[in-house]
Design a protein around this ligand. Structure first.
Ligand code: ATP
Length: 584
């Protein structure tokens, strides 16, 4: 049994966090593994590595403790009143600790400051193994009193430094400044590869205990999630074409749903999300279709899970998947249903097919999947979804031969979702793919590229007034990092506007320096400043802001110090209403 103390790991973490040299960090980490985690020393690689890479640990379910809930549980675990200054600090962690602004946006540091006054400095001698057992209890208990009892036990058995790192482990963000790739590499040269095809950290730690023993490259298996291939972001069609020059290229709609791998193993169907979690709730609405219409016993499909709104005849807004899956589970009748679009196939029959070209995989998709319109569909050029698209809609997947072809497809796709009366394509740009390429787990090279409208400057800028601010976290902790902007209510002739309607929240577009200047100018009385906003050309209906619509992916293009506050656009001006008309 491992007797390595968690305090040893904490010393490593503290050192790593301070060090700037990545090679030193790597060698120190290797030394830690060799000295304290070797199985022959009675220790366990997995017990340590799962604490260093918490987002990759699938063995332990979710803690259900994001910052706010964790704050309330810590308050109860410490037995302090909700109104006490320390409780308020925890609950308002975004604003920082006792010294105004210090640690703002960093929950673990604010919590450490609060704990400092209540916890000793001497270690409670907690071992790595005991910590893992307590974290298991924290994750498996679904009642609050049990979670509070585990947290108080942790507080009792640790000192402030240890507890700070435990909080970071619970929040799954260690900020150690060392990449996942380096950690895998120092453990074993084949660790990353094996993790990519199994998404199983425990298996990786158990199989690769001997660094000198190379592991034969493993292929994907039905039942084990694979780390998805990703797309490289490009800023325009010409740049994409240049990268793909000489290749046979397919362009596809980029659907805005959940990336889901469907694993069919006989009657057993699994739905794995991008962070390798199983989503059995999709099974209620989908499993039967999968069993009957995937014409091969064992298969892995890669695609997007969306929600189709039957009454509106369009894809629903992103975010309703879970709700619809739950409605199907409860047998509730709904106008909405799950709709899976398979854009790739990774396994068919008794073999992995990721080494075949995309063109061949498209043929396999057509051979093995019997599409059911509106429910289970395939995305292939000259077939699949294209064959029964509503009249007048552009196609969803197309082979292109030049930049013009890409630009036309991009425009048609965006115009379709923007202008179409049915709003039939719920997409967020296009994906370009090399038809000759293999499917590579976790790859984000130029085999797939994404082109989105928000990377393209929209036509006219909207001049809106800053009417509020949001504190940032991390690098921007303690300072206003995002703004609430508003449009004026149309004033009477020759008068200044009197009321402003909140319109959208915007946080990107300015450099750190520009942001600093704006924030300094706004202080201390929050003076009025106009900013020009660009965005994706589409608007979204708004329930959060006072204006009935808001912008998708807004970005500050320029700060208009030259414009007085009253020259802010009003909600009825031509530019604003034209956006609204298009939206309708
Ligand atoms: P984004 O926020 O743009 O979705 P991301 O980081 O989630 O970015 P990317 O690798 O940049 O992921 O883009 C690929 C994602 O796009 C996939 O994970 C998938 O969910 C989605 N997608 C939608 N349609 C397609 C398609 N036709 N082919 C590939 N991916 C698609």
């Amino acid at each position: 049994m491992s007797a390595t103390k968690f305090s040893v790991m904490v010393s490593l973490f503290n050192w790593m966090q301070k060090s700037k040299s990545s090679s030193l960090k790597r060698s120190k980490f290797r030394k830690f593994l060799d000295t304290f985690c070797r199985p022959q020393n009675g220790a366990d690689y997995f017990a340590a590595i799962r604490l260093i890479l918490p987002p990759l640990d699938r063995e332990r379910g979710s803690y259900g403790l994001r910052e706010h809930v964790l704050a309330t549980c810590l308050i109860d675990a410490l037995g302090i009143s909700r109104d006490s200054p320390d409780s308020q600090r925890l609950l308002n962690w975004r604003k920082g600790g006792a010294k105004s602004g210090a640690f703002a946006g960093n929950f673990a540091l604010v919590a450490a400051e609060v704990l400092q006054r209540r916890q000793g400095m001497s270690s409670g001698d907690l071992t790595i193994l005991e910590l893992n057992e307590l974290l298991d209890r924290l994750a498996t208990s679904d009642n609050r009193p049990e979670k509070i009892s585990v947290l108080s036990e942790l507080i009792r058995k640790t000192n402030v430094q240890e507890m700070k790192w435990i909080i970071m482990i619970i929040l799954k963000d260690l900020k150690l400044g060392i990449s996942e790739k380096s950690i895998f590499h120092e453990f074993h040269p084949d660790a990353e590869d094996l993790f990519n095809v199994t998404c199983d950290l425990k298996l990786v730690c158990e199989k690769l205990q001997d660094r000198s023993q190379r592991h034969k490259r493993q292929d994907i298996e039905v039942g084990k999630p694979v780390r998805p291939q990703l797309a490289l972001r490009v800023s325009n069609a010409a740049a994409a074409w240049k990268k793909l020059h000489g290749k046979e290229v397919v362009v596809e709609c980029k659907f805005d749903g959940d990336r889901i791998q469907i694993h069919k193993n006989g009657a057993d169907i699994k739905f794995f999300s991008r962070n390798f979690l199983d989503h059995p709730e999709y099974g209620y609405g989908m499993s039967n279709f999968i069993r009957e219409n995937i014409l091969v016993d064992r298969c892995i499909l890669d695609g997007e899970m969306l929600v189709w709104d039957k009454s509106a005849n369009r894809f629903a807004e992103f975010g309703s998947n879970q709700e619809i899956a739950k409605a199907a589970k409860d047998g509730l009748d709904s106008d909405r249903q799950l709709r899976y679009v398979a854009f790739d196939i990774l396994y068919a029959g008794d073999t992995s097919v990721i080494h075949q070209s995309l063109k061949e995989r498209h043929q396999l998709l057509q051979q093995f999947v019997k599409p059911i319109a509106g429910c289970l569909e395939i995305l292939v050029p000259n077939g699949g979804l294209n064959t029964h698209r509503p009249a007048g809609e552009p196609c969803w997947s197309l082979i292109v031969h030049d930049v013009d072809g890409i630009e036309r497809f991009f425009k048609e796709t965006i115009d379709n979702s923007f202008l179409s009366s049915t709003g039939n394509v719920r997409d967020e740009g296009i994906v370009l793919k090399d038809l000759g390429s293999k499917w590579e787990p976790s790859d984000r090279s130029a085999k797939w590229m994404k082109l989105k409208p928000d990377y393209i400057r929209a036509g006219s800028d909207l001049d809106a007034l800053i009417i509020g601010g949001y504190y940032g976290s991390g690098r921007h902790g303690g300072e206003v990092a995002q703004f609430l902007v508003g449009l004026a209510e149309r004033p009477s002739p020759n008068a200044y506007p009197k009321r402003f309607l909140s319109f959208c929240r915007v946080g990107t577009g300015l450099s750190d320096e520009e942001l600093n200047t704006v924030v300094t100018k706004l202080k201390p009385y929050f003076r009025s400043i106009i900013v020009s906003i660009t965005s994706d050309i589409r608007t979204v209906r708004s329930e959060v802001f006072a204006a009935p619509y808001s912008l998708r992916f807004p970005r500050i293009d320029r700060v208009r110090y030259d414009k007085p506050w009253h020259e802010c656009l009003d909600v009825q001006c031509e530019l604003v209403t034209s956006i609204l008309i298009h939206f309708r």
